[in-house]
Design a protein around this ligand. Structure first.
Ligand SMILES: [Zn+2]
Length: 271
C-alpha cells in the first residue's frame, strides 16, 4: 500500500515515561491509549493500517528530568519487527560522555536518523560536543530532527527551542538535512518559515500543531510545499484525525501528496 508517512511518533511503552505523561495522552487522545497499554509492533502496525499510514518514524527520548527515559536501544528493538517502523536515535549530551561514539554505535544498530530535544534536555544544539555528530550524520546522509519551539511540560526550557540555533547548524553543515519539529511552535513560526525558505537543507515537521491552524501559522505552505513534512507527535495526537484534517486544508493536491508522503520518502531514502 502507498500511504502516509508520519515522521514524528514516540516510542510509547508506558514504563519509559513519567506517570503524568500517560495522563496527558489520555487527555489528548483517549481512543489510542489501548496501544500505549499494549505497545507492540503488531498493534502499532494494525493502527497504522487503519489510519492509512505506510511508514512511521519512531523516536527515542532520554529526558528523565522532564518526560522520561526512552533509550535508542529500545526503539531499535521495537522497529526490528517491520521496515514500516523507522528508528531514530536520541542523544542527550548530559547523559553521553562522547556523543559521536554513541551516534556511531546507533548507526551500526540501524537507526535512520537522529532526534535532538534541546528543550526537554536543556542544552544548546550549537554545543561543540555535537558538531562531530552533525558531521557524521551529514556524511552518512542521515536526517537530524530538532525540537524547535516551546513545550508546556514541567522542567522544559523554551529558550533552547529557538529555530535560530537550527539556522546556525544549517549554515555550518550545508549538506545536513535538518528538520525543525513543530515549526517554531509558540513564538517563532515566521522565523522557522523564513529559515526553510532560504535554507535548502532545512524542513519543518507539522507535528504537535492544531492542523486547522497550519495555514495561519505558515501562510506560505503552498509555495514551500517541498519543505514541510507530515507528523503527529502520536500518542499525544490521534494520527487518523490529523490526516483527515490535513486533507481538508485548502492546499493543492500536489502539496498534500508531497507533505503527507513524498517529501519524507526522499528524506528517509525510501525511494
Ligand atoms: Zn514529539
Amino acid at each position: 500500500m502507498e500511504g502516509v508517512i508520519d515522521i514524528h511518533t514516540h516510542y510509547a511503552a508506558e514504563s519509559c515515561w513519567q506517570p503524568w505523561v500517560k495522563e496527558w495522552w489520555i487527555k489528548m487522545n483517549k481512543e489510542d491509549i489501548w496501544i500505549v497499554e499494549n505497545y507492540t509492533p503488531e498493534n502499532m502496525l494494525k493502527y497504522m493500517d487503519e489510519a492509512g499510514v505506510e511508514y512511521a518514524v519512531v523516536l527515542a527520548e532520554r529526558a528523565p528530568n522532564v518526560t522520561g527515559d526512552t533509550p535508542t536501544e529500545a526503539v531499535v528493538e521495537f522497529c526490528k519487527a517491520s521496515k514500516r517502523l523507522i528508528p531514530f536515535a536520541n542523544i542527550n549530551p548530559h547523559l553521553s560522555s562522547y556523543p559521536y561514539k554513541d551516534m556511531m554505535r546507533y548507526i551500526k544498530m540501524g537507526v535512520k536518523g537522529l532526534k535532538l530535544h534541546p528543550v526537554h534536555m536543556c542544552f544548546e544544539i550549537t554545543d561543540k560536543r555535537l558538531y562531530p555528530v552533525y558531521y557524521i550524520c551529514q556524511e552518512e546522509g542521515l536526517p537530524v530532527m530538532i525540537h524547535a519551539g516551546t513545550s508546556i511540560f514541567p522542567g522544559a526550557k523554551d529558550k533552547y527551542g529557538n529555530p535560530h540555533y537550527v539556522n546556525e547548524i544549517a549554515e555550518d553543515f550545508p549538506e545536513l538535512v535538518l528538520i525543525m519539529c513543530h515549526g517554531g511552535r509558540g513564538f517563532w513560526y515566521q522565523d522557522a518559515q523564513f529559515i526553510v525558505r532560504h535554507r535548502k537543507n532545512v524542513y519543518i515537521d507539522i507535528s504537535g500543531l492544531p492542523v486547522k491552524k497550519l495555514l495561519d501559522y505558515f501562510p506560505q505552505m503552498e509555495r514551500l510545499k517541498e519543505k514541510f513534512l507530515f507528523g503527529t507527535d502520536w500518542p499525544g495526537v490521534p494520527i487518523k484525525r490529523a490526516i483527515e484534517e490535513f486533507t481538508q486544508l485548502p492546499l493543492s493536491d500536489e502539496a498534500k501528496r508531497l507533505i503527507l508522503r513524498e517529501n519524507a520518502l526522499k528524506i528517509l531514502k525510501l525511494v
